[in-house]
Write a protein that binds this ligand. Structure first.
Ligand code: ATP
Ligand code: MG
Length: 381
């Protein structure tokens, strides 16, 4: 039995990046051997085990055979006679198909290390075609390592996979898993250019008409994404901003907080840019629509999202003007939020209860007090 470090940890080390999740492959063992040594079996579809002390993942070397469409249409075969090379050949990219033994020696049958040095994404074998998740993985690696280019033969294969409809077999949970990783990577825009470049985006997001994929929209998307880093945008904010330009939510299984942020941004962006004009009840009700009084942290996130958004209708000059207007507006609405929050709603509720008012009336009393405070603050401005 022999154990090798494989995948992301070897790749990242060769790239000079640290602290990656460690994936291990075990050659020459049976599941019983590992269980006997205290490993816990966890793999549903294939033999993966957790180390008794480190809890790192150890997978038995395996081969796979395609039996049906989609990423689940595989039959796996693991037995002690399967060699390391046989296991490596089923992996997606050459940079992910390098193993390292306990002496630090690299086993690199597909020249992954030279592809790392030359910054090239290259598929390991024609079997790449069998799993459409690999397209998404490549796109999110492109977002993570934006300086890498795609080998010509790999680009051709990606395009073939999209034309032949293998992409249609992807399930939305799996698509979101990879897209969300790409959204949090160094250069999320690159993920979209890779997906567009091979035709996968058009197949995945059929609801987005081609006219919305033109240069103007792509530029707006890029400009918006370029602002993510500066404001340290969360996943929900990133998703909401992108979804404003390209409604990708419809085809994805997205977590609730991301959908909520996207809906909120869509609903409030225009008014947020003009909040300086709001007065009295309009102002209070807008703060309530934004849920700014109950969820101030999320309101701050919403403002960050608005700050990132560059619309296709904005040219460079226009986008500067919008940003300045938004800054003034944000400053104003944040001030008004503070004013409304400074109203002691607990005390008002207590008094209202003493007077025998019912729930709706208590709410109204609080609103009235907030309105008064807002109007007083407006007068001072
Ligand atoms: P990360 O740094 O994001 O963990 P990773 O390359 O380690 O990247 P994992 O999902 O942890 O990715 O997978 C570990 C390894 O398993 C990969 O490096 C690759 O060799 C292989 N692998 C994972 N998913 C696939 C797939 N769909 N097709 C082929 N090989 C895959
Ligand atoms: Mg990994």
């Amino acid at each position: 039995m022999k154990t090798y470090l494989v995948g992301g940890a070897v790749r990242d080390e060769l790239m000079g990046l640290g602290d990656s999740d460690k994936d291990w492959v075990v050659v020459g063992a049976t599941p019983e051997d590992l269980i006997f040594q205290g490993f816990t079996p966890v793999g549903k579809d294939f033999p993966v085990f957790l180390h008794p002390e480190t809890s790192e993942e150890y997978a038995l070397a395996r081969t796979e055979r395609k039996t049906a469409r989609g990423y689940k249409g595989f039959v796996f075969h693991a037995d002690p006679s399967i060699t390391l090379e046989e296991d490596l050949v089923r992996r997606d990219l050459t940079i992910n198909a390098i193993a390292k033994d306990e002496h630090g020696t690299l086993i690199d049958p597909f020249d992954g290390n030279s592809d790392i040095q030359n910054k090239i994404f290259r598929h390991v074998s024609p079997a790449f075609k069998e799993d459409p998740v690999r397209i998404l993985r490549l796109a999110r690696f492109a977002a993570r390592f934006p300086e890498f280019t795609i080998a010509t033969e790999t680009q051709i294969l990606l395009e073939q996979m999209c034309e032949e409809g293998e992409v249609d077999a992807l399930v939305s949970e799996r698509v979101w898993q990879e897209i969300s990783k790409g959204l949090m990577a160094e250069s999320p825009y690159r993920m979209f250019t890779v997906l567009l470049g091979c035709g996968a985006f058009q197949k995945l997001f059929k609801n987005i008409e081609p006219k919305y994929l033109d240069e103007r929209h792509q530029e707006a998307l890029k400009a918006s994404i370029d602002r993510f880093k500066e404001v340290r945008a969360s996943l929900a904010v990133r998703f909401a901003v992108i979804n404003y330009i390209w409604p990708i939510a419809q085809t994805l299984r997205v977590p609730k907080e991301c959908i909520e942020m996207a809906d909120l941004l869509a609903k409030t962006y225009t008014t947020l840019c003009n909040s300086i004009q709001l007065k009295g009840e309009e102002l209070l009700s807008f703060l309530q629509v934004c849920d700014a009084l109950r969820r101030p942290d999320r309101f701050d996130e919403l403002l960050l999202g608005a700050r990132c958004l560059v619309l296709p209708t904005h040219d460079k000059e226009g986008s500067k003007v919008v940003l300045e207007k938004l800054d003034t507006s944000t400053h104003h609405i944040k001030h008004m939020q503070k004013v409304a929050l400074s109203v002691d709603h607990k005390e008002i509720a207590l008094q209202a209860i003493k007077q025998g008012l019912v729930a709706v009336q208590i709410g109204e009393a609080i609103d009235q007090a907030r309105l008064k405070a807002l109007e007083a603050a407006m007068k001072k401005l």
